[in-house]
Design a protein around this ligand. Structure first.
Ligand code: HEC
Length: 149
């Protein structure tokens, strides 16, 4: 009986690990160049729809409806895998904290598609540049007040 329980537990934990063909396991990027990554940000005019601390937005390319933050505090580690996905498959997981009607159309991200123009080296440099702009902060649980009736 104990053995059976153990087997069930092992099976459940295996399934929940999600190691199917779609798993990001084994994903690894070569070393990128931070300075070249900054140049990629300018080249593809990412700041037309985004802002990022410490970087000036070039005049004349601003998209007035979109100003999504890149970098900053996050309660989850922004991994390279997440950042690459955000660029090459933005609709996979839409940014949190924005009204869906502002950032998407029928579930699809309003982000421009760069997949046919951006080289892989550019993507690697871009992600290498972006990643250190994210800061991991501890999750703060809601501080419930004491209600007096
Ligand atoms: C035409 C507007 C537009 C341009 C140009 C654009 N983006 Fe976006 N981007 C968006 C929108 C809208 C979202 C929010 C929806 C989503 O998560 O896809 C987004 C989301 C993101 C996110 C996820 C943000 C989060 O908080 O989860 C990243 C990272 C990102 N963009 C990077 C880039 C980079 C790098 C470039 C330039 C190569 C770029 N974007 C160019 C519109 C744009």
């Amino acid at each position: 009986m104990k053995y059976l329980l153990f087997c069930c537990f092992a099976l459940i934990s295996l399934i929940s690990c999600d190691l199917g063909p779609d798993s990001p396991q084994g994903f690894s990027l070569p070393l990128g160049d931070v300075n070249k990554g900054a140049a990629v940000l300018t080249k593809y005019q990412c700041l037309a729809c985004h802002h990022i601390n410490g970087i000036e937005q070039a005049a004349g390319i601003n998209n007035p409806d979109l100003n999504i933050r890149l970098g900053g505090e996050s309660t989850q580690v922004k991994t390279y895998a997440k950042l690459v996905s955000s660029v090459i498959n933005p609709s996979h997981k839409l940014a949190r904290g924005y009204p869906l009607a502002v950032i998407s159309v029928e579930g699809d991200s309003k982000m421009k598609n760069f997949n046919d123009v951006m080289t892989i080296t550019e993507l690697v440099d871009l992600v290498t540049f972006l990643q250190p702009h994210y800061e991991l902060v501890p999750y703060r649980s809601t501080n419930y007040q004491f209600y007096a009736y």
